[in-house]
Structures are given as structure tokens and as C-alpha cells.
Ligand binder design. Structure first.
Ligand SMILES: Cc1cc2nc3c(=O)[nH]c(=O)nc-3n(C[C@H](O)[C@H](O)[C@H](O)COP(=O)(O)OP(=O)(O)OC[C@H]3O[C@@H](n4cnc5c(N)ncnc54)[C@H](O)[C@@H]3O)c2cc1C
Length: 473
């Protein structure tokens, strides 16, 4: 049977479900089509499960040196089944929450695989959605005035490096393992690779990271990258940079052996498992794009500033359009698309003001551009840096590695970028984000009174340091 809607959203991940909630708030009759589970990658295979495991790893690592705090425990052991159960419980609770929000907004949810149809008896324009229902009932036909494609992404692999789900895995399979391997090779030292490296190392796994670029987390500021490399090595993680993995050398027996081309020649690596973490690929196939004028460039759907595709009534948001593939970006893009559909004039998303976080131990967070990018753009920069070693609260926590770095323009005093590595910096970056949104200067941050003792004092001090006025350095 055909159902009419103002809006049908293809994909119920963070981008899709948040867009649906905003649409409901605006009185737009909305349906979501989701082939898996509401919440998508972020809730089931990304942000939440990985952070739940990271937290268990952190507690385990802290417990192992609890005597530093004067807390004497017996032997500290790990029950990995319990670790996984805790993760699943958190996901289930949040999943219920999303389902509740759909009910509350009177948003119809179709559980099945959606495809965009071309012009048909239902509509002269492409955009009718056919849903192959998961429960095997007859296909549903949805006739929307507008569509948002929010089909997300999946792990990418290297050509020739086949994922078998056991010895060679991606983050999808890694999240489901029932027992920890004793050693692992991680191909890719980007955000996801480094989170896994840190977590598995804290769990006691022998970790080797092989990265193609000259440094790990290569999109971050070079000083952050360097400090992260130092701290990962301090944990015992082996890091090989400037290394090209050779998939054809993979040998699988009761573990994996693989070679990589490094400066000195060919180097062989061996471990129980190999985790491939080389980026994400947009889900653009099998969703009926060929029935439309929608353009796909370099694997991503092309959109304008309000996320319209070449078919102006069909929008696309989130990982499927590429750029910063982050949950908070997907949801903001969804809100902008919906507000445009509702006839409002939403402010464009300034990607330079999006905070980016890495939840390793220690954490990394940043907003704005790096020092290298600032110089490349022709800015005359001044830099303020402040170490957590001089921050009382960091010493109290027993986590004083890392620093806050603020880059400003010498002539205009504009803040160009803020970069942090250290304890809880993912919870601190929003202050810097707000400062940049409000066009604050380092002077204004420095004169915001940061309570003592807090980790946020490092931001205040780094801001003062921009003009050589830090107090505790
Ligand atoms: C290990 C890992 C850790 C991450 N950690 C973070 C983090 O800490 N912070 C952060 O901001 N981001 C993180 N991300 C990225 C984040 O998960 C994504 O940016 C976010 O989920 C993108 O949302 P989305 O709505 O675009 O797509 P998705 O969340 O991928 O949702 C797309 C949905 O569409 C559905 N779908 C696809 N095709 C169809 C179809 N034809 N019909 C019906 N349904 C369909 C899928 O089943 C899926 O549920 C992480 C990702 C990974 C893999």
C-alpha cells in the first residue's frame, strides 16, 4: 500500500534520526526507513560501543596501578565477557531511548531496505521509496514530498586485503570479539586506529600500528601527533610510520603475518589478528541513485550548502556525503536540511568550527586549523602552549601528560585553532569551540576566570601564553 509523507528519511543513524526529530518538531509528517537498527553506526558499531570498551580499558589500566593512589587491591584481572555485556547494556538503553523519541515525535519507522524509485505512477518525480520489509511482508511504497538520504558508511579495506571477520577484521568485528587476542597489528594510525591501539594496549594486548603517512593521526597538528606518538610508545605500542602494507604478503595460519615496505626495505610483522582501519566508504550503492540525477563524486553524494542534491527535493547528509565523518556533523547537517525543507533559512554549517575528538588514553581534541595550515594560509601566527604538568588537577588525577595549544593570528588576534592532548580534553574542547563561534580573542579566554583546581585552567593559561602572560610557566 502507498503512504504519503512530507519527508522520508533513508537511514536511521545519527544523521537520519536527529533529522526526523527536528522534522517532527516542525510539524512535518515524517517516516524513517532503517534496514538495521535505529541509531546506526554511531550507536551500534561506532561512537558508543568503542567508548564503552575504552572506558573499561581505562579502568583496568588505572586499577593495575591503583597503589599509586594508595589503594591496594589484590591481583587485577579482566572479565572480558562482562566488559562486552556492559557495552551491550549501554547500547540497548540508548537504542530504547531513540525508539521512544520516534514514538514521541509520531515518526513512522519502516524496518527494511529502502530504494529510491524513478518517476512512476505514484509521482512524476523520482523519490518514491520502495521498502523491502525485514519481516518479509509485501514491499511498502512511500510517496514523499522530500527525501533525505542518510545511509551512512561502512569500513573500507585495502585492495587485496580481504576481511574474513576472524583473523582479518575491521572495527565492526573488533567490537564483537569474545576474547582478546594476545597481539594485534592495526593497519592505519588515524582516529579509529589510534583509539583501538590505545584501548587494546590498556587491556594488555601487544599492539603494532602500521601507518602509511609519516606520522600517526596525520590530520592533527604536528605537535599533537608527535606527543601522541611519544605517549603511545610509552604505553608499549609499536608504531611504524611511512610504511606501505603489502596485502599480497598476507599469510594466515593460527595468526597473521604481513609485510610492509618501510624506508629500510621490507619488514615483516606477525600477530594473532590484523585490524584494518583505513577509513570509511559511503553507502551509495543499491539505494536507487541511478533512478535520479543525483551526482556521486569520489564515492560521495554531491550536495549544496543546505544539503540538496541535484534533485532539489532530495537531500543527503552525514557520512554518505563525506567531509568530516562525525556523528555531531551528521546530526547538524540533518537539522539544516530539515529546516530548509520547512522553508526556514538555516545558517550554513561552518566546518572549521566543528570540534574533533579522539577518545584514546590520553585523549585528543581540536577545533579550527593546525599551525601548519595557518602558516600555509599566510597567517603570521602566535602560539600559546601550556602543559598539564603544571595543572594541579591533572596531578591529582595522576594524568599530567599532554598540553593545550592555541594558535592565533598575530595581527588580528583571531583564534585560528585550539589543539589539546591530555586528560578529559574531549570534554574541554567546547569552550574553545564556543570562543571561536563568538569570535573571542585569546585575551578574552585568558580573562575568563577558570575555577581552581580544574583541568580547564590549562586553556586559560594557554590563552595567556599566546601573549607571553601565562602565570604558572
Ligand atoms: C569505530 C567507530 C568509532 C566512531 N566514533 C565516533 C565518535 O566518537 N564520535 C563521532 O562523532 N563519530 C564517531 N564515529 C563516526 C560516526 O559513527 C558516524 O559519523 C555517524 O554514525 C554518521 O551518521 P550517519 O547518520 O551519516 O550514518 P550511520 O550512522 O552510518 O547510519 C546510516 C544508517 O542507514 C542505514 N541504511 C543504509 N542503507 C540503507 C537503506 N538502503 N535502507 C535503509 N536503511 C539503510 C544503516 O543501516 C544505518 O543504520 C565512529 C565511527 C566508527 C566506525
Amino acid at each position: 500500500m502507498a503512504q504519503e509523507y512530507d519527508l522520508v528519511i533513508l537511514g536511521g543513524g545519527t544523521g537520519g534520526y536527529v533529522a526526523a526529530i527536528r522534522a517532527a518538531q516542525l510539524g512535518i509528517k515524517t517516516a524513517i526507513v532503517e534496514k538495521g537498527k535505529l541509531g546506526g553506526t554511531c550507536l551500534h558499531k561506532g561512537c558508543i560501543p568503542s567508548k564503552a570498551l575504552l572506558r573499561s580499558a581505562e579502568v583496568f589500566a588505572t586499577a593495575k596501578h591503583s597503589d599509586d593512589f594508595g589503594v591496594i587491591t589484590g591481583d587485577v584481572t579482566l572479565d572480558f565477557i562482562k566488559v562486552q555485556e556492559r557495552k551491550s547494556k549501554i547500547i540497548a538503553q540508548l537504542h530504547k531511548g531513540v525508539q521512544h523519541l520516534m514514538n514521541q515525535g509520531k515518526i513512522d519507522v519502516y524496518e527494511g531496505l529502502g530504494r529510491i524509485l524513478g518517476p512512476s505512477i505514484f509521482s512524476p518525480m523520482p523519490g518514491t521509496i520502495s521498502v523491502e520489509m525485514n519481516n518479509g511482508t509485501e514491499n511498502e511504497m512511500l510517496i514523499p514530498k522530500n527525501v533525505i538520504v542518510a545511509t551512512g558508511s561502512r569500513p573500507r579495506t585495502l585492495p587485496g586485503l580481504e576481511i574474513d571477520g576472524d583473523l582479518v577484521i575491521t572495527s565492526d568485528e573488533a567490537l564483537e570479539i569474545e576474547a582478546l587476542p594476545s597481539s594485534i597489528i592495526i593497519v592505519g594510525g588515524g582516529v579509529i586506529g589510534i583509539e583501538w591501539a590505545s584501548m587494546l594496549s590498556d587491556f594488555g594486548v601487544d599492539v603494532t600500528v602500521i601507518e602509511y603517512a609519516e606520522r600517526i593521526i596525520p590530520t592533527e597538528d604536528h605537535e599533537i601527533s608527535k606527543e601522541m606518538q611519544r605517549l603511545m610508545k610509552k604505553k608499549g605500542i609499536k608504531i611504524v610510520t611511512g610504511a606501505k602494507v603489502l596485502p599480497e604478503t598476507l599469510i594466515k595460519d593460527n595468526g597473521v603475518t604481513i609485510s610492509a615496505e618501510v624506508k629500510a626495505g621490507i619488514k615483516e610483522f606477525r600477530a594473532d589478528k590484523l585490524l584494518v582501519s583505513v577509513g570509511r566508504q559511503a553507502n551509495v550503492e543499491g539505494i536507487g541513485l541511478e533512478n535520479t540525477e543525483i551526482q556521486v563524486e569520489k564515492g560521495y553524494i554531491t550536495v549544496n550548502g543546505v544539503f540538496q542534491t541535484k534533485e532539489s527535493h532530495i537531500y543527503a547528509i552525514g557520512d554518505v556525503i563525506g567531509g568530516l565523518q562525525l556523528a555531531h556533523v551528521a546530526s547538524h547537517e540533518g537539522i539544516i536540511a530539515v529546516e530548509h525543507i520547512a522553508g526556514k533559512e538555516p545558517s550554513p554549517l561552518n566546518y572549521n568550527l566543528v570540534s574533533r575528538c579522539i577518545y584514546s588514553n590520553p585523549e585528543v581534541s581540536s577545533v579550527g586549523i593546525t599551525e601548519e595550515q595557518a602558516i600555509e594560509k599566510g597567517h603570521k601566527v602566535k602560539v600559546g602552549k601550556f602543559s598539564f604538568r603544571a595543572i594541579g588537577k591533572a596531578l591529582v588525577f595522576g594524568e599530567s601528560d599532554g598540553f593545550v595549544k592555541i594558535i592565533a593570528d598575530e595581527e588580528t588576534n583571531d583564534i585560528l585553532g585550539v589543539h589539546m592532548i591530555g586528560p578529559h580534553v574531549t570534554d574541554m574542547i567546547s569552550e574553545a569551540g564556543l570562543a571561536m563561534v563568538l569570535d573571542a580573542t585569546p585575551w578574552e579566554i585568558g580573562h575568563t576566570i577558570h575555577p581552581h583546581p580544574t583541568l580547564s585552567e590549562a586553556i586559560g593559561e594557554a590563552a595567556l601564553a599566546v601573549d607571553g602572560r601565562a602565570i604558572h610557566s
